[in-house]
Each structure stands twice: as structure tokens, then as C-alpha cells.
Design a protein around this ligand. Structure first.
Ligand code: COS
Length: 381
């Protein structure tokens, strides 16, 4: 066992921390208030290699491990969870899925620009009536010989209007249930593909979340990922890795709020002394620090398992479940420690509290993680 980060890991962590402080922090409140997508900042993140961190350099990526990705995600998420969700989807759902299961042609055409951050990707599984119950896909992809005819609606799609490439799950053989689902690569601008309304959200308000409509979109056969009917497995395998990214995001939101609360508690005085000298506050900080450390270890372990090529489905679900609950709890306490200041935008913690909530919902709710974990532990008996 070795808990030591390498020199390279520390450098990446520092680079992400510097970027977050210098480039994301200025303007983050404004982007949240006015629901502005951090387009310029994401472009710079691409140039720095943060958008295709784990992709092989021969496909334009940074060729780093999942641990590096977790470290960078934590630092970016401490400051701007809207930027980090864009980064997470591009890295772990889109790039990873394409690199692992795409054809050489698909990699050259789509993965290379995605990994370089020249374009952004989106992952389209959720539908108005298929969120947690992801096998009930109503979007259809009818086999027309050399193309699929795509019809349906997708909901709550991250990077909805800023993406150029969309991985869309759709049902081709309803009689086969989840084994009839395919994943198709859809390009922005394909005829019949319309970007629907932007969601007005509680948190991660800088990220652009849209519904998408497909009406008789002709998607070439060569844009299918994997064998006929592989789409659901593709989505599940990809989401399993995605959950490490969201665990890291939750961890970052929690540690960002904790750091702000710690700093504030040393500055603010009440009843004649700094508030951290009151046990009520010191104990809150102790609990926050302990839980964040546990979430960090769980997330890094899931990342390490993935890097070793070992099974990690259960561990990524556990990390996401735990880290997202810690994010919610920690951000609520950070607002409490800030008192009245915590309730206003200027002090950042109210935003972090609103941002934390989504980590318990997307890429599988806490309840879905408990399904995945309970099945895994029961199967082991
Ligand atoms: N890797 C590979 N295959 C997997 C898998 C994984 N991690 N998890 C499930 N599968 C496969 C199963 O093996 C099964 O295939 P076979 O029948 O060929 O063996 C298939 O997927 C269906 O699995 P299952 O029967 O368990 O489906 P259920 O409907 O019972 O539920 C859950 C599966 C709940 C785990 C799934 O629907 C899920 O993860 N839902 C949440 C989806 C989600 O995260 N939505 C957020 C959208 S992205 S923001």
C-alpha cells in the first residue's frame, strides 16, 4: 500500500489549483447569476490538457491516469462546478467511451478533437420518462440499411448547446429490451436534430443543460459504437467510470466549502474570540475534515482500481454515494458557519451548497448507487 502521490500527480494538482484560482474564480458568481457557460475557460482547459486527460497522446489526449483526473477535478470543482461538470462529461463519458469502444475511424474523426478540447461532447441517455430506469428508452433508432433513423427526445443533457458531438442511446429492437439499445454518434447540425429549451437550474447554473429533439435524423451506420445492441452496456460501463468523476466533483465542492469555512472561522470574531475557538464551530470543522478525507480516499481508491484494470463498479458507486452526501452535508455546515454572510452570494458557500445537490442526482442518484452497491455485495456471497 502506498498513499504517496507522485511528483507528476502533485504538479497536475497544482496546475489545476492555479487555473481554478486564476481563471475560474474571477467571474464565477456572475456566470452563476446569469447562467453563462464558461466557454473561454473551457477552451483554455482544453489547451492545458484537462478535457482529454486520460486519452492516449496518439489520439490527442494527455495520457494521464485516473488519479490525476480525480486530483484535477477536485481542484476545479472547489471553485466552479459548472466548469467541472463539462470537464467530467467530456473526459469520462465521451472520450473514455470512444477510446475504449470506438472504431479507429470514429477515434480519428471524433476522439482527437474532443481530447484536444477543440470541441465538446455530450452523453445522452436520460429521457422525459427514463432517468433512473434507463433501460426504458423511448428514443428509437430504426435500422434502414446503411443508416439509422433516429426519433425521440433526450432530457437534462449537460453541454446540450455547446457540444459538437453527442453520444445518443436509442432503442433499435424493442423486443430485445435493453439488449436492443444502440449508442449512436450524432453530430450537431445533422438534419432533424434540434436543441431544445435550456433548463433553469438550482445549481451548476453556468453549465448548459438542454433537452434535445431528434426527428427522422439519418445517422450513418458507421456512427454506431460497438456491436448491434451494445448501447446499454456501453452506457453502464461508461457511467461506472463517470461516477469517479462525479465523486471527485462532489469532493471538490465539499473541500472548497470547507476551506472557505475554515478561513472564515479564523477571521470572524464572536463573544470576544475567533469563532473557531468555540467548540461548536471547531467540532463542525473536525467532522467536515474527517468526512472529506474519507471521501477523498474512497474516490482515489476507485480511480486506482480503474487504473490497475481491476473491477471498480462497486467502488465507484460507493465513492459517488459517499462523496455526494458529504458534499451536501459539508456545504450546509459551511453556510451555517458563515452565518448571515453564508446566505449571500459574495461568500461563495451558498453557491457551493446549491451545486452540491446535483451530485446526489446525476450519473445515477444516491438510490441507484445503493442498488449497484447492494447487488454487488449480495452477488459476492
Ligand atoms: N457494466 C456492464 N454491464 C452492466 C453494468 C455495468 N456496470 N450494469 C448493468 N449492466 C448490464 C447487465 O449485465 C444487464 O445485461 P445482461 O442482461 O445482458 O446481463 C443489463 O446491463 C441490464 O442490467 P439490469 O438487469 O441490472 O438492469 P436494471 O434495469 O435492473 O437496472 C441500473 C440497472 C439500475 C443499474 C441502471 O438502470 C442504472 O444505472 N440506472 C441509472 C442510470 C443513470 O445513471 N442515469 C443518469 C443518466 S446520465 S446523467
Amino acid at each position: 500500500m502506498n498513499f504517496q502521490l507522485t511528483e507528476e500527480h502533485l504538479m497536475i494538482q497544482q496546475a489545476a489549483r492555479d487555473f481554478a484560482q486564476n481563471e475560474l474564480l474571477p467571474g464565477v458568481i456572475d456566470r452563476d447569476t446569469h447562467e453563462k457557460f464558461p466557454a473561454e475557460q473551457i477552451k483554455k482547459m482544453g489547451e492545458l490538457g484537462f478535457m482529454g486527460m486520460m486519452v492516449d497522446p496518439k489520439y490527442g489526449g494527455a495520457g494521464l491516469d485516473t488519479i490525476s483526473y480525480v486530483l484535477a477535478m477536485e481542484e476545479i470543482s472547489k471553485v466552479d462546478a459548472s466548469a467541472s461538470v463539462c470537464m467530467s462529461v467530456n473526459n469520462s463519458l465521451v472520450c473514455w467511451g470512444l477510446e475504449k469502444f470506438g472504431t479507429e475511424e470514429q477515434k480519428q474523426k471524433y476522439l482527437v478533437p474532443l481530447a484536444k478540447g477543440e470541441i465538446i461532447g455530450a452523453f445522452c441517455l436520460s429521457e422525459p420518462e427514463a432517468g433512473s430506469d434507463a433501460t426504458s428508452q423511448k428514443t428509437t433508432a430504426i435500422d434502414m440499411g446503411d443508416y439509422y433513423l433516429l426519433n425521440g427526445t433526450k432530457n437534462w443533457i449537460t453541454n446540450g448547446s455547446s457540444a459538437s458531438v453527442y453520444l445518443v442511446m436509442a432503442q433499435t429492437h424493442p423486443e430485445k429490451g435493453h439488449r436492443g439499445i444502440n449508442c449512436l454518434i450524432v453530430e450537431r447540425g445533422m438534419e432533424g436534430f434540434v436543441i431544445g429549451k435550456k433548463e433553469e437550474k438550482m445549481g451548476i447554473r453556468g453549465s448548459d443543460t438542454h433537452s434535445l429533439m431528434f426527428t427522422d435524423v439519418k445517422v450513418p451506420k458507421e456512427n454506431r459504437i460497438g456491436e448491434d445492441g451494445f448501447g446499454f452496456k456501453f452506457a453502464m460501463k461508461t457511467l461506472s467510470g463517470g461516477r469517479i468523476g462525479i465523486a471527485a466533483q462532489a469532493l471538490g465542492i465539499a473541500s472548497g466549502a470547507y476551506e472557505l469555512a475554515l478561513k472564515y472561522s479564523k477571521e470572524r470574531k464572536a463573544f470576544g474570540k475567533e469563532i473557531y475557538k468555540h467548540q461548536a464551530i471547531a467540532f463542525k470543522l473536525a467532522d467536515m475534515a474527517t468526512e472529506i478525507e474519507a471521501a477523498r480516499l474512497m474516490t482515489l481508491r476507485a480511480a486506482w482500481l480503474k487504473d490497475q484494470g481491476l473491477p471498480f463498479d462497486k467502488e465507484s458507486a460507493m465513492a459517488k454515494l459517499f462523496a455526494s452526501e458529504v458534499a451536501m452535508k459539508t456545504t450546509i455546515e459551511a453556510v451555517q458557519i458563515h452565518g448571515g454572510y453564508g446566505y449571500v452570494k459574495e461568500f461563495h458557500v451558498e453557491r457551493l451548497m446549491r451545486d452540491a445537490k446535483i451530485t446526489q442526482i446525476y450519473e445515477g442518484t444516491s438510490e441507484i448507487q445503493r442498488i449497484v452497491i447492494s447487488r454487488a455485495i449480495l452477488d459476492q456471497q
